[in-house]
Design a protein around this ligand. Sequence first.
Ligand code: ZN
Length: 368
Amino acid sequence: MYILRCNLLPKTFHGLVLGETTASALEQYDRMVRQFIRKWLRLPHDTPTAYFHAKAADGGLEIPRLRYVIPVMKNRRISKLEGSLDPVMQYVVTSPSFLGIKARSAKVAKVAGQVLDTGRDVKKLLATQLYTSVDGRGLRQQRQTPRINNWVCNGSQLLCGGDYIAAVKVRGNLLPTQERSTRGRRTAPTMCDAMCNAQGTLAHISQSCTRTHLLRSARHNSVLDYIVTKAEAKGYNVVREPVIPTRVGRRKPDLVAEVDGVILIVDVTIVADHCNLDSPFEEKVTYYNTTDIVDWIIATYPGKVWEFGAVVFNWRGALNRRSSVLLRRLGVSAGDETLLSCRVLTFTSSMFKFFTQSTVRAGWRAVL
Ligand SMILES: [Zn+2]
């Protein structure tokens, strides 16, 4: 994938920009590229086209879309020639053949009713196409912390081949769930076969299915363990899951850490992909910011100031931007954030695998 994106496709740019290419030929090249990627990553045939080409930061795989990119590059080159002060070039740009090339190139740059002038237009169009697809609409939150998507295209060895494919599939909602496998040919909603009274989607399997309850806890604890380890390595005083008695019951934030004289009360949560990640952050702050908990902090850490916060991921690996700032204060680096995002994705993939192999149903006691 890395060689295709950074070496093979850029090598074709020169010939395609300088030569005569039609829209249909470019479309055919794109189709060929997607065919190979589908084979390499074992992606389903109905993977949204925009998922291949949208920027990694927007949630895609960032493979150049020749049909969109080449006309933009060609038009830019034509504009530069027209702006040349060289008398020979000034004569060339007024010739009928040049004007013909210019007219044809301008026509090719018109896609889906809009003219693509710059790379930014291409990026925006691909993101819009991705977010309007059924599988891609849950990727809107990826832009909250764009750099956590670096693993998709930086060619690093953070994930082995199998895990990379699993992570790409979870992120794109491409695993063959009951709901996805019957899409377009069902007459009634396809319910979860664990009898949960919910549709058998990856969102359900990841977030609320009876069958994956224990793995859901394991995913949460895995993220929390990593943050605690990093904070302790920095020398911060960290208390994991302290029990705080309040008038409305016991409260147990995931961690309380003393960082540079400030007491941070933090909860870790992995949420659904349809909501804005700022809402769960605010909900956690409101949940813990009560008189009883503040009294407990004053009694336990006298003379200190305090702050409430949350580390909010969604099951597609997106991270809230305020959580990212909080993680940095806890000693978790930008590279660690990427690792945590990949951990969420690979855990979600394992949950799906377990779901398909298990026979546990709602009302039964789940046993791993
Ligand atoms: Zn279920």
